[in-house]
Design a protein around this ligand. Structure first.
Ligand code: KG4
Ligand code: ZN
Length: 343
């Protein structure tokens, strides 16, 4: 074995400013995350201009801390990796510009990373090799994707959302219920004492056999439930008691999880998958983790789930995936640009 490969990862795709140093794709030497959730809370969602400015303010301290905590200096860093897509361009551009500057100044290779693919890496960091075929569900604030996954660099998109992402639905329903941003953890907390069968919200499966998702219908159903059909009534949420809110949260959460699990099962059945992977911010949801666990147990499939601290945005997943690109010689050049899209 040669020397270890240390990669500095940078992540600024949305509202977390993150940097990490990871050796050989799996040894986490440092991970620093500055969350902007508080800045966006009063708006009920991410405000791009505020996100961009906060990344500018936080990136230097976050980077310095990540390098210091890793106990290495620039000479021991073998490459600089950055998430350049998909995400908010005004946010991504801060990380991309910093990564390009460091790569140029330190004369290190630059590696571009697809943020959604990196989420999947969090679920397979500890695996030497996947038992194939493998199906991966990535559920975040911006994406709901199902992939067939052979290696960290070899992903085939099988299905995705045609409207809202799962996390986006959690965030929007939390706003409807006057619960704090980010909505996912708030809904999960509110749902704890709720009855998941209280309200039968729609579970959109689209046409038979489809591996695509749609979550805008359920969001509208919650809105109509709270404001009356076609939004013709008053907002009833302020006059609801805690139990009523808990019942709506639990019923919504269960409906979303039912759809996510059914679609993943359908993809896994189609491919006769031996392994199922779960990653992305919504993967932190305990009900989803448990439901997928049961599905996999019944079908004799191995489930690999991202550890909770690495479900939401972080730079470990960026530096970890970058290791495979490093080994494959897949480098970017200094013309690298941020991109809003990329699946
Ligand atoms: O992956 P992520 O940090 O950012 C994006 O790439 O979008 O995911 C953030 C999303 C948000 O929509 C948030 O509400 C959701 O993940 N989320 C959750 C939970 N924790 C975070 N959704 C459901 N349950 C949770 N516990
Ligand atoms: Zn993400």
């Amino acid at each position: 074995m040669g020397e270890e490969v240390n990669i500095l990862g940078i992540e600024t795709s949305c509202d977390e400013t993150a940097a990490a140093v990871v050796a050989d794709g799996r040894v986490i030497k440092s991970s620093v995350i500055a969350s902007q959730a508080q800045l966006h809370e009063k708006y009920g969602g991410v405000v791009p201009e505020i996100a961009s400015r906060a990344h500018i303010e936080k990136l230097y301290p976050v980077l310095s801390e990540a390098i210091e905590r890793a106990g290495i200096d620039k000479d021991n860093i073998d490459a600089v990796a950055v998430a350049n897509r998909p995400g908010l361009v005004v946010a991504l551009i801060i990380g991309v510009t910093a990564a390009k500057t460091l790569a140029m100044a330190w004369k290190k290779p630059l590696i571009s990373i697809n943020h959604v693919h990196a989420h999947l890496q969090s679920a397979m960091m500890d695996e030497e090799q996947l038992d194939l075929p493998a199906v991966a569900l990535i559920v975040s604030g911006g994406h709901t994707n199902i992939y067939e996954c052979d290696t960290p660099l070899d992903l085939k998109l099988l299905g995705s959302t045609i409207d809202d992402a799962a996390g986006e639905a959690f965030d929007k329903v939390a706003t409807i219920l006057h619960l704090p941003y980010p909505g996912g953890p708030s809904i999960e907390k509110a749902a704890k004492n709720g009855n998941p069968k209280a309200i039968n919200f729609p579970r959109s499966m689209l046409e038979a056999g489809s591996l695509d998702f749609s979550f805008s219908g359920i969001k509208t159903a919650v809105l109509y439930y709270c404001h009356g059909q076609d939004m013709k009534g008053q907002d009833k949420v302020p006059s609801m008691n805690e139990q009523e809110i808990a019942d709506i949260a639990a019923s919504f959460q269960t409906a979303v999880v039912d759809v996510l699990v059914a679609k993943t099962k359908s993809a896994a059945d189609k491919l006769d998958a031996k392994t199922v992977l779960l990653g992305g911010g919504v993967a932190a949801n305990s009900l989803l983790r448990k439901a997928l666990e049961q599905m996999c147990e019944q079908a004799g499939r191995k489930l690999l789930v991202a550890p909770k601290p690495y479900c939401t945005d972080n730079a470990v997943m960026v530096a970890s995936l970058a290791y495979y690109k490093y080994k494959a010689g897949q480098f970017a050049d200094l013309t690298l640009e941020p991109k809003a899209r990329g699946s």
